[in-house]
Ligand binder design. Structure first.
Ligand SMILES: Cc1cc2nc3c(=O)[nH]c(=O)nc-3n(C[C@H](O)[C@H](O)[C@H](O)COP(=O)(O)O)c2cc1C
Length: 203
């Protein structure tokens, strides 16, 4: 048995100063995480549910956010793309170790416009454009060598229609702050009569 029962970290955060607007609080927490996180501060866990009601989680990179929602890019034809086609309800999760914070978001997912996907696709390094162009993400890869050959043969990458952005429009946020004595703080936001409203949750 690999026993981890002695793993114990003390948290030292302060109570959450809630704001009316969860996007503003998210922005503040993101900026604070940006100062300290050394690796992929914009990495988030995206969870989707398939037709058998099996949840799937994986990391994707947040590429922009505003009060409209949270944007990430992927292959529409991937496993996650198929799951989203079937069920637009998704969850996003950020865990920032250095600030001892977690943000959970529930929302609905929709494709962004082809023009917006083009804009981001062609802003990426050309190697990333090439790999996006040739990947059949989540399908079985019979030969890695053949993939590399295909990569090398592309002269002018073009965004495939099967690659683009999704916007997650949130209807729920939960902010978690680690605090001393396991008396962590949690603030949950939902939309009540068209307005964001928040409550505190037991840790
Ligand atoms: C740090 C990190 C960042 C990633 N960013 C993305 C991303 O932005 N888009 C993406 O499609 N996959 C990204 N991935 C890969 C996904 O986690 C996943 O392997 C892939 O999207 C296939 O998922 P699916 O089979 O559930 O569709 C990232 C993985 C890691 C570890």
């Amino acid at each position: 048995m690999y026993n981890l029962s002695d793993y114990r970290k003390n948290y030292s955060g302060k109570v959450i100063i809630a704001r009316k607007n969860p996007f503003k609080l998210f922005e503040k927490w993101f900026q604070e995480a940006e100062k300290f996180e050394s690796f992929e501060v914009n990495a988030m866990v995206l969870s989707t549910v398939d037709e058998q009601l099996q949840p799937h989680s994986r990391v994707v990179l947040l590429k922009s956010f505003s009060e409209k929602g949270f944007v990430f890019f992927t292959h529409y034809s991937s496993a996650k793309g198929k799951q989203i086609e079937h069920n637009q309800k998704v969850s996003l999760l950020f865990f920032w170790q250095t600030t001892e914070r977690q943000v959970r978001i529930l929302g609905t997912c929709q494709k962004i416009s082809a023009a917006e996907s083009d804009k981001y696709f062609y802003s990426r390094p050309v190697e990333s454009q090439k790999s996006a162009m040739i990947s059949k993400q989540s399908e079985i890869l019979p030969s890695r060598a053949a993939l590399i050959r295909q990569f090398k043969n592309i002269k002018h990458p073009v965004r495939p229609e099967t690659w683009g952005g999704y916007l997650v429009v949130p209807y729920y946020f939960e902010f978690w702050q680690g605090m001393p004595s396991r008396l962590h703080d949690r603030v949950a936001y939902s939309i009540v009569q068209g307005e964001w409203s928040h409550v505190r949750l037991y840790p």
